[in-house]
Design a binder for this molecule. Structure first.
Ligand SMILES: [Zn+2]
Length: 390
């Protein structure tokens, strides 16, 4: 059963949805499953959960992301009381569980959390059995046989991913299989559309896994510009699990994209004059010494992964940490020990400098001049940005 990560995107109104209202109802008439992402940020209100149950067909299946307080704040550390948090979450989700609609809970670990056998085992051992769980790791240190062995013992699915941080390894550790397609981080924009060939690469893997498990769940997370539903409809077609309705939706999406490609491309800003990398570097001098630029340049490109570039701001993973430049809220959220003191002086650390060096130079110049001209309003917040896309 395949679908997308989330469904409530205003951006999908032009191409995927017929109407603005009743998105979940429309969505669930096309896809058999969806992954709820909003539960990562906050516990849903009881009436919201009832709505999820009510506005979807009887045989529709949900997965839901475990709240970040458990995975990112308490880093699945049993001694910090995560068991109570899990129970509280399951209690809120009860209508979906008793309606047999909640098939899996996704436990996505933060990218900075590295392999820790004891922590994983004590966490897995307290997971209740009323629903399935899938673990998504975001650090390569977890890819080892001890991890797979533990998942196997506790019947927790290994989340098979397509993304920049981890290799697309297939491991089957439970009755269900869980796929997540995040897109492939590309400079300068993180809004990846898989080509047909790239979608096709996954067909044999999904087929193989389907033959070895009782249920396959898979979700596309590349939601910018409604690429996720489009890629999902494509793979459904390739796998032969398409319906007349899903094919019609794909044709309609293709048509609406063709319409739009003839109209002028949306421009973010007009910047006159050539922009060079040198200009960005000169502007960065204001936020640190020349040394810092050298240090930023020594961070390898493969350690940089852009996660979001939108009107709201820019978010990236850089060398085991996160940098979130929130333009709307005029806040930079980042954590590293060096920035502890530098943030107080409103200076950048090499991670932040690296972000500005790696993004599109026009965009960098625009944001840097905004920060510079309204520096007093900006908050330099030395903590991990947990509300991260994906
Ligand atoms: Zn830093």
């Amino acid at each position: 059963m395949l679908g997308t990560c989330g469904w409530s995107y205003a951006e999908w109104e032009d191409s995927f949805y017929f109407r603005k209202q009743g998105k979940l109802k429309q969505y669930s008439s096309i896809f058999p499953t969806v992954e709820i992402n909003s539960t990562f940020y906050a516990l849903p209100k009881p009436e919201v959960v009832l709505g999820w149950n009510q506005y979807t067909p009887q045989d529709f299946i949900f997965s839901a992301k475990l709240p970040q307080i458990i995975t990112h704040k308490k880093t699945i550390d049993v001694s910090k009381g995560v068991e109570a948090d899990i129970n509280q979450f399951l209690e809120v989700m009860r209508p979906l569980i008793s309606g047999k609609k909640l098939w899996c809970i996704l436990v996505q670990l933060p990218p900075f959390l590295k392999f820790n056998n004891e922590r994983l085992e004590s966490f897995l051992s307290l997971l209740p059995t009323i629903t399935n769980f899938a673990m998504e790791f975001r650090h390569t240190s977890w890819l080892r046989k001890e991890t797979f062995r533990l998942l196997d013992i506790y019947h927790v699915a290994y989340t098979i991913v397509d993304e920049p941080l981890l290799p697309p390894e297939v491991h089957i550790t439970s009755d269900i299989a869980y796929f997540r397609w995040h897109g492939r981080g590309s400079r300068p924009w993180f809004n990846y559309k898989y080509s047909k060939e790239e979608v096709e690469e996954w067909v044999p893997r999904v087929t193989e896994v389907a033959g070895k498990t009782k249920r396959v769940l898979g979700y596309f997370n590349n939601h910018f510009h409604a690429y996720a539903p489009e890629n999902c409809l494509q793979i459904m077609q390739m796998l032969g699990i398409n319906t007349e309705h899903s094919d019609a939706t794909l044709r309609r999406m293709n048509l609406s994209r063709k319409d739009r490609s003839s109209s002028p491309v949306e421009t973010l800003e007009i910047w006159t004059g050539p922009i060079s990398d040198k200009k960005v570097e000169n502007m960065l001098q204001e936020f640190g010494s020349g040394d810092i630029i050298k240090k930023a340049k020594s961070i390898q490109n493969k350690e940089f992964s852009l996660r979001e570039d939108s009107k709201r701001g820019i978010a990236a993973y850089i060398a085991d940490t996160t940098v979130d430049i929130d333009v709307e809220r005029q806040t930079i959220i980042h954590y590293c020990t060096l920035w502890g003191s530098l943030s107080l002086e409103k200076k950048f650390c090499p991670h932040i400098v690296k972000l500005f060096l790696d993004i599109d130079s026009r965009r960098a110049v625009k944001i840097l001049s905004q920060i510079s001209s309204t520096l007093d309003n900006w908050k330099f917040d030395n903590r991990l940005a947990v509300e991260f896309p994906g």
